[in-house]
Design a protein around this ligand. Structure first.
Ligand SMILES: *Cc1c(COP(=O)(O)O)cnc(C)c1O
Length: 435
């Protein structure tokens, strides 16, 4: 990989080379390894506001934000101070604390569908638990998910359809038994007819539909007008539950998430990322009648040694308090729109086919000449070009998610100057790339 002379990542390379002997792929989570963009990942030293510094001292404008949680900017002083105070009282209780009540009340007040909530430690845990609850409540085993939507790494979700909805329940990963996934039906995103067909083919057997109400895990794909509303009607007609996986969109695209933004209220919701303010938190919640099935109120078992951890609750509470200030979401929308409009414009000026958009502080751009409504269309992107774009941006001090199929995130700490620098860097990088 050709580097500009000022871009030195020697220490990152040393550390990552050593890491590869210690941990599979050198990482604790796969996409961090930069496999889909080529080159080695940079190794972080510290983060602050909109910026990150690597171990070689390079500074970057960060559009990953630890995959979403850093919505107020990294290490916001109010979050850090609250954490320092909480730290003195202890790192874990394994018992009730008032912090859980405070965050639970904030979540219940904010998210239209949530009347009761259970805290867990990750988005994965939230999604696998909500699936158990969907099945417990309906007494049905089958679920519908959408191609390209990610709901954590639990067995039942590691499925995409092969060629269309005819191919059902084939696991995406070795180690996932077919018996676990043959109750997982898949449909293309934004395709109500496919969902209708699945309900017709499996009468009385489908517990519910789970989706990212705005897709982030196949790149940024918004729902088409009527899609979420249509799913609400279809699930109701079939006695099935509608579940919004708002691990990414919750407190991100609006304070009350996608359900506030699009005014469609699901039965159950999963949360993660932002509600932990950078510490490990997930949550699932919904109608009190359904949540009352969760142990110990009801028979559906789900537990966690570190769940409701006082440090994690504290970071979540402070982060949500900061987001409640007037104008936060308007600012995220304004700064992010400026960014994506600028990126699309310089791409066009330099002769590259791109499409993209944003909702509040979540954005994405595909290198393709067609509008993207689902994962199949997302896959028409020129991923080789994206890889070169990614590397070029990195060398110019801009840290983007290392995959064409991930959304980008801004924060309240990103300034107009950061955005202008990013657009200028993109122009430089794109004009050197073959169209
Ligand atoms: C990140 C994510 C998850 C998984 O959350 P983890 O905390 O990484 O386990 C689940 N669903 C969606 C929509 C996500 O974006």
């Amino acid at each position: 990989m050709v580097s500009t002379n000022s871009f030195n990542t020697t220490k990152s390379e040393e550390i990552f080379t050593a890491a590869q002997k210690l941990m599979p792929g050198g990482v604790s989570s796969p996409v961090r390894a930069f496999k889909s963009v080529g080159g080695q990942p940079i190794v972080f030293d510290r983060v602050k506001g909109a910026y990150i510094w690597d171990v070689d001292g390079n500074q970057y404008i960060d559009y990953v934000g630890t995959w979403g949680p850093a919505i107020c900017g990294h290490t916001h002083p109010e979050v850090i101070n609250a954490l320092k105070e909480a730290l003195d009282k202890g790192t874990s209780f394994g018992a009730p604390s008032v912090q859980e009540n405070i965050l639970a009340e904030m979540v219940i007040d904010a998210v239209p569908s949530i009347e009761m909530v259970r805290f867990v430690n990750s988005g994965t845990e939230a999604c696998m638990s909500v699936l158990r609850l969907m099945r417990a409540y309906t007494g049905r085993d089958k679920i519908i998910k959408f191609e390209g939507c990610y709901h954590g790494h639990a067995d039942m979700f590691l499925v995409k359809a092969g060629s269309g909805v005819a191919t059902l329940g084939l696991p995406d990963s070795p180690g996932v038994p077919k018996t676990t996934t043959n109750n997982t039906l898949t449909a293309p995103y934004n395709d109500l007819e496919a969902v209708k067909a699945l309900f017709a083919q499996n009468p009385g057997e489908i517990a519910g539909v789970i989706l990212e109400p705005v897709v982030g895990n196949a790149g940024f794909i918004p729902p088409e007008a009527g899609f979420l509303e249509g799913l609400r009607v279809l699930t109701q007609e079939n006695g099935a539950l509608l579940v919004f996986d708002e691990v990414m969109t919750g407190f991100r695209i609006a304070y009350g998430g996608a359900q506030e933004k699009f005014r469609v209220t699901p039965d159950l919701t999963t949360l993660g990322k932002v509600i932990g303010g950078g510490l490990p938190v997930g949550a699932y919640g919904g109608k009190a009648e359904i949540m009352s099935l969760v142990a110990p109120a009801g028979p559906m078992y789900q537990a966690g040694t570190l769940s409701g951890n006082p440090l994690a609750m504290t970071a979540g509470i402070k982060t949500l308090e900061l987001l409640q200030k007037p104008g936060t979401y308007a600012y995220l929308e304004q700064i992010t729109k400026q960014l994506i409009d600028g990126l699309l414009q310089v791409a066009q000026e330099t002769g590259h086919a791109v499409t993209g958009g944003n909702i509040s502080g979540m954005f994405g751009m595909f290198f393709t000449n067609q509008v993207v409504h689902n994962y199949e269309e997302a896959k028409t992107s020129d991923t080789t070009k994206f890889g070169r774009f990614h590397r070029g941006m990195l060398e110019k001090g801009i840290y983007l998610a290392p995959s064409q199929f991930e959304a980008g995130f801004t924060s309240l700490a990103h300034t107009e100057e950061d955005v202008q620098k990013t657009i200028a860097a993109a122009k430089e990088v794109l004009k050197d790339l073959p169209a």
